[in-house]
Design a protein around this ligand. Structure first.
Ligand code: NAP
Length: 196
């Protein structure tokens, strides 16, 4: 699939931010590309568009664009049991946009990016007993929680054993009570605090 990923819906140009300095990734696009002609219109190469870290209002702005040719098919946002993004998920579902979760395991907790004072998701006192009950790990509970509510998850690992473990996510099922309990630990905690 030929796709286009528009990351971060705020305007800043190349070189103004150490991480988001790539001109391609840049969200001047949100204003200059997505709200004016459709990307790829000239070359006719665009098949699908994905966006990242867009909220309801920003998605709405795109969707309401007169003559919109390429509706975003997915929106990648921070999402995990501590930041369940219920409203955004409902909005995305109602517009056939797939919500893709990053930091689904509570992030890599790199001190450069994340406030290390925030609680560790995979040590949560609600997730851990659910994992124990199913003879699984808190990581798998956090991932399965997402897939069972229709969220696509990204799970990053540099460790062969954990990569294999994460693939086992569909080998068990959370009960409605497990889902309810996991939903209940939402605290609107955003590990990547610098992102919109
Ligand atoms: N669109 C955006 O703006 C944006 C922002 C942030 C991140 N992302 C993307 O999202 C993806 C993942 O998010 P993330 O990097 O924040 O991390 P994450 O997937 O939430 O967590 C990764 C951390 O969890 C550990 N881990 C993985 N599997 C585990 C398991 N089964 N049990 C226990 N620990 C486990 C990993 O350690 P080990 O490696 O030691 O296993 C790593 O430290 C990345 O590909 C990243 O590029 C996108």
């Amino acid at each position: 699939m030929l796709g286009l990923d528009m990351q971060v819906p705020c305007a800043h140009g190349a070189g103004t931010c150490s991480f988001y300095s790539c001109p391609i990734a840049h969200s001047k696009w949100f204003f200059s590309t997505h709200l004016s002609p459709d990307p790829g219109e000239d070359a006719g190469l665009t098949k699908s568009i994905g966006v990242s870290s867009f909220n309801n209002k920003q998605l709405e702005k795109i969707l309401n664009k007169p003559g919109l040719k390429y509706k975003p098919i997915c929106n990648q946002v921070e999402c995990h049991p501590y930041l369940s993004q219920r409203k955004l998920l409902d909005f995305c579902k109602s517009h056939d946009i797939v919500l893709v979760a990053y930091a689904a395991l509570g992030s890599q907790r790199l001190k450069e990016w994340v406030n290390l004072g925030l609680p560790v998701l995979l040590e949560d006192p609600v997730l851990c007993p659910i994992a124990k009950k199913h003879k699984q790990t808190p990581a798998l509970v956090a991932l399965l929680f997402q897939t069972q509510r229709g969220v696509v998850v990204l799970a990053k690992s540099y460790n062969k054993k954990r990569i294999k473990e994460n693939i086992q996510v569909l080998d068990f099922e959370l009960t409605p009570e497990d889902m309810k309990a996991t939903n209940g630990i939402n605290r609107n905690i955003r590990y990547y605090e610098f992102l919109p």
